[in-house]
Design a protein around this ligand. Structure first.
Ligand SMILES: Cc1cc2nc3c(=O)[nH]c(=O)nc-3n(C[C@H](O)[C@H](O)[C@H](O)COP(=O)(O)O)c2cc1C
Length: 408
């Protein structure tokens, strides 16, 4: 089936390069429909865009003819991918804040499809804290970004802000279109990642050393395989991965709530290192050290068990529930026990003892335990490779299910 892209051309000097993007996409037999912002039409004409795309160009939100032919909501949903190139500082700001005051911004807010942006602007504009905030917000919202590159700008300045070259943009578009055809296309997943932090008082907390590297890698690998991924992440330094949605939380209670809100899904991968306990009483004011007094004792209560809760759901139980088990000893016994007691389908057990340098490190050595005593020990791999291998196993699992379901 022909893939289709909705290309939004905003008002930047790099708009001329988008004509080349249209040409290259058409050469690959990818359908292109375009929206030109008012400012965009100061840089390229609707006639050039229409001629290259072989389709009508949409420019106005309140156009009776356009609305009659193709409502703006349909326009935003018809394509497999929405691309903004060039993405101006102005448009990034509007997108990050959910504004919808013209056809381009309304379509971007109304779309249910992945969005890829190719920012292009003067280096000072790109480096401005407001632009940085907007881009970070957009990445958290699951928007994909290609570029910008470093180089000479049309204004003569040199720096970061040049729009990615047409070939790079087309490659990024093809990657995204392929992922919508990936082995797990159409599936939805929740991945938890990072640590949770449990407040003692407004300034102190208990947490652990989880960096989020492994969870983020699993989320991105699933996304590449075509899965619609919601990543629920505790506080980490790791940059947001390329996924559909990132929900940032602090505590185990918040993590469970965020997971429940993201249901229903087909797959859950609980990679996060969730605190087992939290202080029973979170103090409203900072605990003060009093001269001559004993240090305070902290009483703990148990946190919700996220893996067990999701694996034990009655109606909306995901088809495949996977838990990571961070162990410092008796890895096999503990993983087997986790498989039984949590009710999950698979456990990925990793050794997080200090000498392994797993927390925060680049590598991981894991064993995969599946119901039915199927155990695989994988060699020491990068966390990225562990994620890719796990996603291959997930894809095989769904392939086998499909074969069984369709067997005569
Ligand atoms: C000659 C010229 C070049 C411009 N180039 C850029 C640019 O490369 N990137 C950018 O963010 N804004 C650029 N602008 C400013 C935008 O056109 C302006 O912010 C406009 O409101 C963007 O509207 P839009 O986001 O709806 O397309 C340029 C303006 C002019 C006059």
């Amino acid at each position: 089936m022909t893939k289709r892209v909705l290309l939004i051309i905003a008002g930047g000097i790099a708009a001329y390069k988008s004509l080349d993007v249209i040409r290259r996409l058409r050469e690959r037999e990818i359908g292109v429909r375009c929206i030109l912002t008012n400012a965009g039409s100061q840089f390229v004409t609707p006639l050039s865009v229409a001629s290259l795309s072989g389709d009508k160009v949409f420019t106005e939100l309140f156009s009776l003819t356009d609305e009659a032919e193709m409502g703006h909501i349909k326009l935003s949903r018809d394509a497999d991918l929405v691309v903004v190139a060039p993405a101006t500082a102005d448009l990034l700001g509007k997108m990050a804040n959910g504004l919808a005051d013209d056809l381009a911004t309304t379509a971007l807010l109304a779309t249910d499809k992945p969005v890829l942006i190719a920012p292009a602007m003067n280096p000072e504009m790109w480096a401005h804290p407001a632009t940085k905030r907007n881009v970070e917000q957009l990445m958290r919202d699951g928007i994909h970004v290609v570029g910008p590159n470093e180089g000479e700008m049309a204004c003569g300045e040199i720096g970061l802000g040049r729009m990615a070259e047409p070939d790079e943009i087309v490659q990024a578009i093809c990657r995204h279109l392929q992922s919508s055809l990936g082995p797990l296309a159409g599936k939805r997943a929740i991945v938890t990642s990072g640590p949770t932090i449990e407040a003692i008082d407004p300034v102190r907390f208990l947490s652990n050393h989880s960096s989020g590297k492994q969870g983020h890698a699993v989320a991105e690998a699933l996304h590449k395989a075509g899965v619609d991924v919601t990543l629920v992440s505790g506080p980490v330094r790791e940059p947001a991965p390329n996924v559909d949605k990132v929900v940032e939380i602090s505590s185990a209670v918040e993590m469970l709530q965020a997971c429940e809100q993201a249901l229903p899904v087909d797959i859950v991968v609980c990679v996060a290192a969730v605190a087992d306990w939290r202080p029973a009483d979170q103090q409203a004011q900072k605990l003060k050290k009093q001269a001559g007094e004993e240090p305070p004792s902290i009483r703990f209560v148990e946190n919700p068990d996220i893996l067990k809760t999701l694996a034990g759901l009655d109606s909306a139980r995901p088809q495949l529930v996977i838990g990571f088990a961070a162990e410092t000893e008796n890895i096999e016994q503990n993983a087997e026990r986790k498989l039984q007691t949590k009710g999950c389908d698979w456990v990925v057990a990793n050794n997080v003892s200090a000498e392994q340098n797993t927390f925060g490190g680049v590598h991981n050595e894991v064993m995969l335990f599946r119901r039915g005593n199927r155990v695989e020990a994988w060699p020491k791999l990068t966390k990225q490779a562990v994620a890719d291998q796990l996603v291959r196993r997930i894809a095989e699992h769904f392939d086998q299910r499909r074969d069984t379901d369709t067997a005569p």
